[in-house]
Design a protein around this ligand. Structure first.
Ligand SMILES: [Zn+2]
Length: 365
C-alpha cells in the first residue's frame, strides 16, 4: 500500500471515534434518500459502542499445555498500534461485507440459543474458506456433550466480514500487523496466545444476524490461541469467544467459554487467588464450599450425582481446588473441560447446568 494512503487511513482512524455517530446518521440519511441504495456495509456504517460498556474487559485464555487458564484485563477496543491502519473496502468488497447466512436454523430466535460466527482475516476471495471453517468449528462444538444432543435448541448464523488482508495481527510474530475487519490480534496484553478482538467491531457485525446470544470470532490462523469474554455488560449478547480457524486445540477454548455463558458454569481450576476461600457458598452449580459428606447431609448442589459414574472420568465427588482457589472450594471431578483440556468432557453437574441453560434460551429467557 502506498505510504500516503496509509497515512490518510491513520488520520481517519484517529478521527473515527468522534465521527462514528455522525457517520451513522449520514448513512441512515443516505438510505432514506434513495430507496434503491445498498445498505451501508458494517465497515462504512462505523462501530457502535453501546452505553455502559467499559474501556477494558476481563478475558480468559489458556496456554497450549498445562493445567489452568488465566484471566487478565484487556482493552475493549483494539489499540491502534496492534494492527495495521484500516483502509476502506472497494465497492465489490463492501457489497459482500456483512452478508448473513444460516448455517443451522431450527426455529424462531426468541425460542433458540442463537450462535453467531464472524470471521476475521478473510479477504473477499476467502469467504468460502470462512464458511468451511465455520462448519468445522460447529462440528468441533457438537462433538462435545451436551452440545451434540441439543443442536435442536440452537440456531447458527455466519456473518461475512471482509478484511483487506488475509490472516490476523501477531501471527506468526508480534511485529506482524494486518488490516482486518475485526482488529483481531495475538500478543494481547503481551501474551502470545491471547487472541483479542475489537468488541465494538464484533458487535457491529454480530448485529447483522437476526439475533445473537453467543458470538464466536473465527480468526483465519493456524496459531494456537483464543480468549473468552464472559463478563460483558452493555452488549446485546451473553459472551464472545475468539479462536483460530485451523487449530483444533484452539476450538476447545470456545467449547469452554460457551459453557460459561450458557450454563453459567464456574472455572474448576485453582489459580490466581491465594489462601483459602472464605466467602459464601457460590451460586455456580459446579463449585461448592461443601465436602461430599456435607453436601449429602444438606441435600444441596450436586448431591444427587455423588458416587455416580461421571463422563469426565471416575465418579462424581468433591475435589478440592476450584473457582481460582486451591483451598476451600470443591469441584465435581478430578478433571473436566471446566478445568483443563486433557478430557473433552464436562462432568455430570456441568452437563446438567448446560441442559438447564439451553432450557432458559428455548423458554425465551
Ligand atoms: Zn473458564
Amino acid at each position: 500500500m502506498p505510504r500516503r494512503v496509509r497515512a490518510a487511513a491513520r488520520t481517519r482512524i484517529r478521527r473515527f471515534t468522534a465521527l462514528a455517530a455522525a457517520t451513522a446518521v449520514l448513512s441512515a440519511a443516505a438510505v432514506t434518500a434513495s430507496a434503491h441504495a445498498e445498505p451501508p456495509s458494517p465497515q462504512t456504517r462505523g462501530t457502535a459502542r453501546p452505553a455502559h460498556v467499559a474501556d477494558s474487559q476481563t478475558v480468559e485464555s489458556f496456554r497450549p499445555s498445562g493445567p489452568t487458564g488465566h484471566r487478565t484485563g484487556v482493552p475493549t477496543a483494539t489499540p491502534e498500534d496492534a494492527v495495521a491502519p484500516h483502509t476502506a473496502l472497494g465497492a465489490e468488497e463492501s457489497a459482500a461485507d456483512g452478508r448473513v447466512s444460516a448455517l443451522r436454523r431450527t426455529g424462531p430466535s426468541a425460542e433458540r440459543l442463537d450462535l453467531v460466527l464472524v470471521g476475521d482475516g478473510y479477504t473477499a476471495d476467502q469467504l468460502a474458506d470462512f464458511h468451511a471453517d465455520a462448519e468445522a468449528q460447529w462440528a468441533e462444538v457438537t462433538a462435545v456433550e451436551p452440545y451434540g444432543s441439543n443442536t435442536d435448541k440452537m440456531n447458527v448464523w455466519t456473518v461475512d466480514a471482509v478484511s483487506n488482508e488475509s490472516g490476523v495481527s501477531g501471527d506468526p510474530s508480534q511485529d506482524v500487523r494486518r488490516d482486518t475487519a475485526l482488529g483481531s490480534y495475538f500478543w494481547c496484553d503481551g501474551l502470545e496466545r491471547l487472541l483479542c478482538a475489537d468488541l465494538d467491531k464484533v458487535n457491529t457485525y454480530a448485529a447483522q444476524a437476526p439475533a445473537a446470544d453467543i458470538v464466536m470470532v473465527v480468526a483465519n490462523s493456524a496459531k494456537y490461541g483464543g480468549a473468552g469474554y464472559n463478563r460483558l455488560t452493555g452488549y446485546p449478547f451473553d459472551g464472545v469467544s475468539t479462536l483460530s480457524s485451523d487449530n483444533s486445540a484452539s476450538g476447545l477454548i470456545a467449547v469452554h467459554e460457551m459453557a460459561h455463558s450458557i450454563g453459567r458454569l464456574a472455572d474448576e481450576y485453582g489459580y490466581g487467588e491465594s489462601g483459602t476461600y472464605q466467602g459464601p457458598e457460590p451460586e455456580d452449580v459446579n463449585i461448592s464450599t461443601y465436602s461430599a459428606q456435607e453436601m449429602a447431609q444438606r441435600q444441596t448442589k450436586w448431591h444427587t450425582w455423588l458416587g455416580k459414574d461421571d463422563p469426565a472420568g471416575g465418579q462424581t465427588g468433591t475435589f478440592e481446588g476450584a473457582g481460582y482457589y486451591e483451598k476451600g472450594l470443591y469441584r465435581p471431578t478430578e478433571t473436566s473441560l471446566m478445568r483443563d483440556f486433557s478430557v473433552r468432557e464436562f462432568n455430570n453437574p456441568s452437563r446438567q447446568g448446560l441442559i438447564d441453560g439451553f432450557a432458559r434460551y428455548t423458554n425465551g429467557g
